[in-house]
Each structure stands twice: as structure tokens, then as C-alpha cells.
Write a new protein. Structure first.
Length: 274
């Protein structure tokens, strides 16, 4: 394939990717003018970190040539601290505690999370032990429980035992947390898809795509996918915890699933005015 044809296909793919991104930006009132400095800065960061030449220092001039960003702007962005913010505290703590409840020995039975007492004798599984395993005494278990009860992550049965209601920690009222997950997951998915264009051993990135389905059929398939994907992710979570304890290191993984639906594009284009 010629470079011109390849460039054209890439532009078409990027335009398709940009549409939901622009929709998100407009929803949060991030205008084109507000986006421009961020886009320039990101171009400079990626060029500086990932498009270097062997045994040569990356210069402002070369970054300007690669990106089209003016050299004075390149210099300004390179002098700034552009490190990304970390995950909100509730994401890192909540996600780890749910993962522990779903995978640690003694915290599940027959593949399901067990109900926990608030506290127990010794080191027997309890909600207090769960919190202490993750936050190491930095926060009171009662405060975590009150928050989780309010969010619906757990419920307390009549006998006082606590039952995990959500097998993934997605706060219903925490927009910063949801936006963090959006940024992390979409960025990782796009990185894998991009790397797979040239990778000798591509990472798994598959989908099943159908048109011509009824809304009821899509709902049935969604429920089937939710159930089976949830079981797979629970198994991956359990294995990841085991391997982290047996083979600690500095690598990370992010394995996820998604299910998209809507009016088929051919039908949508026919219904739109010309």
C-alpha cells in the first residue's frame, strides 16, 4: 500500500475516533480554543518521549519538525511539568478492596464473594480485615463502610453480615472517578489497537459486530455478554492477585470489555436529511 493511500485510511480512522471524543469535549464545554494548547502539549510530549533517534538528544527543532508545533511553543512545553494526575483516592482504594474481596483466599466461596462480618477475631475474614489489607490502617473501616452503603456497593443483611453488591467498583455519584476510568480504559484500548498495526505479536483486540438485529435481540445479547464477560474478568482478577504475590514486578495490565449498540450506520445515514 502506498504511503498516500495509507495516510488516507489513517485519516479516515482518526476522524471516526474523534467524533465521540469531540462529543465528550462539548458535553464538558471544552471548546476548540481550549483544546488547542492541550493538543500542542501532547504532540510535544509524545514526540519527545517516543520518537527519538538512537544516540542523539531530542532537540526543540526536531520536535518542531515532527509535530508542526512552533519551536517557541515546543520550548515552553518542554520546560513545564506535564505529569498526569494520579487516580482519585476512591478509585485506587475502592478498586483494590473489591478486587481483594473477589479473589483473596477466604473471601469467596464457589466463585462468589462471601458475606462478611464487620469485624472478627484474629485474622479471620471480615470487612475490617479487608480494609486493613488494602489501606494499612490509614482510614477507618467504618468510614469506608458508610460510604459503600451509601453508594450501594455493599448492603447489610438482617443478620448484620455485609454482602458485596457490585463486582466492579463504579461509584454512582463519583464523576471524577468515572472520568478517570474513561481516560485510562480508552487510552489503553487505543494504544493496543494502534500498536497492533505493526506488532509482530499483537495483543488480543477482538470484537463481534452485527447489524440487522432487533432491540430485543441486542438486549438479550447484552445480558449474555455481561454474564460471561463478568465471569472471565473475575477469573483474571483471581489469577492476577495470585501471580502478583508469587511473581512481583513493575509491569501492569488492564484487561477490559465493552458492549456498544445503536442504529446501524447504513440505516442512520438513510434517515438523515441530505
Amino acid at each position: 500500500m502506498s504511503q498516500l493511500v495509507s495516510h488516507s485510511h489513517a485519516v479516515n480512522a482518526i476522524r471516526r475516533i474523534l467524533r465521540p471524543l469531540v462529543r465528550l469535549l462539548l458535553r464538558y464545554q471544552v471548546t476548540y480554543q481550549a483544546l488547542l494548547p492541550l493538543l500542542k502539549q501532547t504532540y510535544v510530549e509524545v514526540a519527545e518521549q517516543e520518537f527519538t533517534l538512537p544516540d542523539k538528544a531530542q532537540t526543540d527543532s526536531r520536535i518542531s519538525l515532527l509535530t508542526g508545533v512552533h519551536r517557541k511553543d515546543v520550548r515552553k512545553f518542554r520546560e513545564q511539568d506535564a505529569s498526569l494526575e494520579g487516580a482519585p483516592v476512591s478509585v485506587s482504594m475502592g478498586g483494590q478492596m473489591v478486587a481483594y474481596w473477589l479473589s483473596a483466599p477466604g473471601y469467596q466461596s464457589k466463585g462468589r464473594p462471601v458475606r462478611l462480618p464487620l469485624r472478627s477475631e484474629g485474622h479471620a475474614p471480615s470487612f475490617e480485615q479487608l480494609v486493613q489489607q488494602v489501606v494499612h490502617g490509614d482510614i477507618r473501616p467504618r468510614a469506608v463502610l458508610d460510604e459503600w452503603l451509601a453508594l450501594g456497593v455493599v448492603k447489610q443483611d438482617d443478620d448484620g453480615l455485609l454482602c458485596l453488591q457490585q463486582e466492579a467498583f463504579v461509584p454512582r455519584s463519583g464523576e471524577p472517578e468515572l472520568l478517570f476510568y474513561l481516560g485510562r480504559n480508552v487510552a489503553d484500548h487505543l494504544q493496543v489497537a494502534s500498536d497492533n498495526l505493526t506488532a509482530a505479536q499483537p495483543r488480543i483486540e477482538r470484537s463481534v459486530c452485527y447489524a440487522g438485529l432487533s432491540a430485543q435481540a441486542v438486549d438479550e445479547l447484552h445480558q449474555l455478554y455481561r454474564q460471561q464477560a463478568g465471569e472471565l474478568l473475575k477469573h483474571i482478577n483471581q489469577e492476577a492477585l495470585r501471580l502478583k504475590q508469587e511473581q512481583p514486578g513493575d509491569q501492569r495490565l488492564n484487561a477490559g470489555v465493552f458492549f456498544a449498540d445503536g442504529v446501524a450506520e447504513a440505516n442512520k445515514s438513510r434517515s438523515e436529511p441530505s
